[in-house]
Write a protein of this length. Sequence first.
Length: 175
Amino acid sequence: MTALIQPPVNNIYRFKFTPDIVDYLCCFAKKHQYVDRITYKEAWAEWLIENEEVIELESNRLQMLGYDGDVKDKMFKAARYYFRKKSSEKPNHQTRKNYVTIDHNILNLMDVHIERNMKVNGYSPANGYSDFCNFNINFLEEEVNRLLANGLNKTEISDKIKKTYKNRYFIISRS
């Protein structure tokens, strides 16, 4: 006897409402945003009656997708606890600054320094960073000038080089 081969079933873990239902729920939630719980529930009962057809369609759609919970309860919770507090304004997205990389020569110097010194007793990334800066002043001065030309200030440059050194240490120590 041969077994029937069926395509794999995609499990749905988050059942979302259609955009139309979301609009209905948002309107209801915003309209009753500041009322007490009892008044909210009374208004909800009226809303369910007024929008019975739309709710039934959404209920059938979700059940066809495999949702086995109470759709009206799901709608109530979404309206009461999510859409009521959701802001209708879009957040202002700040533009990201261009990422400025550290020169590969500096990265190679860091790697060599870390590999040579990480086996030394008493070595730590903080001590290693200080030692690295003392031994590579000329290279670091050139890199600082290059980074200044790219629009970074001195504290950003200092933090960037220090963080890069410590990240390189972490990468090398874990490999």
